[in-house]
Write a protein that binds this ligand. Structure first.
Ligand code: NAP
Ligand code: MG
Length: 404
């Protein structure tokens, strides 16, 4: 069989530990035998980040801006333990944080649904994608403890020096206060990313906040979404046959639980943090959750939502058998290859991505899976495969689909 050609390189961001092992296996077994793979390679493994004073992370994000599509392996975010383990010069920042800051993106997380791994919510038939605003609010807040008898006020000094004050609270006992912010620019780029993503996937978009209580702050989010929708997206949504829907966050939570799934749920930063963990768990496994960062300029960075699976890596290093789930990492590759195929008009690449995803699902349906899924799966006969055996089984199914 002739290999599928590519025109523009993918930005490839390699990573750490068990996912780095899976990364190589995926490329060698599932991609390069079938695709004339073109990538611009950036090694974001912690050792190389340390050697380059983390410049490699910045360069990989800049390359993503240039080429438009990246695929990323999970990476270690250093903490005190990692400083000694890797003898680091500095406690380098989270690569995902650095990349997000450069691309100014929104993160979309979507579970991979297989019928023999039923979600905990029986009505959910289709995946629910969470879009989390990744800037501001409580994540960039100033907080203080306040003594009894204190008066707390919000003070804003305008460029002309004029002060506006608003009472927060007169404290008759000890307490706490918090000041947080967001910017119209960030909210608008979040809204734009959500509208674009909905058009791209052909799914309805929901957005929810607490504007009845937060009549200025949350209301600003609601207004920016509504204005942008009316001005730029309404007719495109109608053409595509999808809807934009705003509701209160509490109503959204109730509706999500009763829904069939199959839509995008845009959340403010904190709601998205909490709700994405709820959704990942309710859909089954963190190892079956994909993640894509979309910038307002339309650059895409695909990855798995889970980490480097450190515990499995240490087993691997001791020469023990591991059963690490590579599905979300495979789907990061298929997401990136499909997007490259769409942008460069290479239908064979798009079809290949579809078939590789189908091969993963077929493999699990045949009862061949990694340990994390076995406990969730409803099939009678289940075969727990090692990390390597699972990828070989996917390859078997992929070859069947490619030769059909
Ligand atoms: P993790 O790597 O997601 O793993 C947590 C646990 O979840 C694992 O120990 C394993 O459970 C299970 N698990 C996750 N992915 C799995 C998979 N593919 N197959 C099978 N089981 C899976 O999170 P962590 O252990 O908290 O973090 C490890 C490192 O990853 C840290 O250095 C952290 O900074 C980094 N991290 C990176 C990213 C990213 O790059 N996007 C995201 C999160 C964390 P059992 O051990 O019980 O089998
Ligand atoms: Mg969280």
């Amino acid at each position: 069989m002739k290999k599928i050609p590519m025109t523009t390189p993918l930005v490839e961001m390699d990573g750490d530990e068990m996912t780095r092992i899976l990364w190589k296996l995926i490329k060698d077994e599932l991609i390069t035998p079938f695709v004339e793979l073109k990538t611009e390679y950036y090694d974001l493994g912690l050792e190389h980040r340390n050697e380059t004073d983390d410049r490699v992370t910045v360069e990989s994000a800049e390359a993503t801006k240039k080429y438009g599509v990246a695929v990323k392996c999970a990476t270690i975010t250093p903490n005190a333990d990692r400083m000694t383990e890797y003898n680091l010069k500095e406690m380098w920042k989270s690569p995902n944080g650095t990349i997000r800051a450069i691309l100014d993106g929104t993160v979309f997380r979507k579970p991979i649904v297989v019928d023999c791994i039923p979600p905990y919510i029986p009505t959910w038939k289709k995946p629910i994608t969470i879009a989390r605003h990744a800037y501001g609010d409580v994540y960039k807040a100033s907080e203080m403890r306040v003594k009894k008898g204190s008066k707390a006020e919000l003070i804003v000094t305008a460029p002309d020096g004029i002060e506006t004050r608003k009472l927060i609270h007169d404290f008759s006992g000890d307490g706490v206060i918090q000041g947080m912010h967001n910017t119209d620019r960030s909210i608008e780029s979040f809204a734009r990313a959500c509208f674009e993503f909905a058009l791209d996937t052909g799914e309805d978009l929901w957005f929810a906040s607490k504007d009845t209580i937060s009549k200025t702050y949350d209301h600003r989010f609601k207004d920016i979404f509504a204005e942008l929708y009316e001005k730029e997206y309404k007719s495109r949504f109608e053409e595509k046959g999808i809807t934009y829907f705003y509701t209160l966050i509490d109503d959204a939570v109730a509706r999500v639980v009763r829904s069939e799934g199959g839509f995008i749920w845009a959340c403010k930063n904190y709601d998205g943090d909490v709700m994405s963990d709820m959704l990942a768990t309710a859909f089954g496994s963190l190892a079956m959750m994909t993640s894509v960062l979309v910038s307002p300029e339309g650059a895409y960075e695909y990855e798995a939502a889970h980490g480097t699976v450190q515990r499995h890596y240490y087993k691997h290093l001791r020469g023990e058998r591991t059963s690490s789930n590579s599905v979300a990492t495979i789907f990061a590759w298929t997401g990136a290859l499909r997007k490259r195929g769409e942008l460069d008009n290479i239908p064979a690449l798009v079809t290949f991505a579809d078939k590789l995803e189908q091969a993963c699902i077929n493999t699990i349906r045949q009862g061949r899976m990694t340990g994390d899924l076995a406990s969730l799966c409803t099939l009678e006969t289940k075969n727990i495969l090692s990390s390597e055996e699972f990828i070989s089984a996917v390859r078997e199914n992929l070859e069947i689909l490619l030769n059909a």
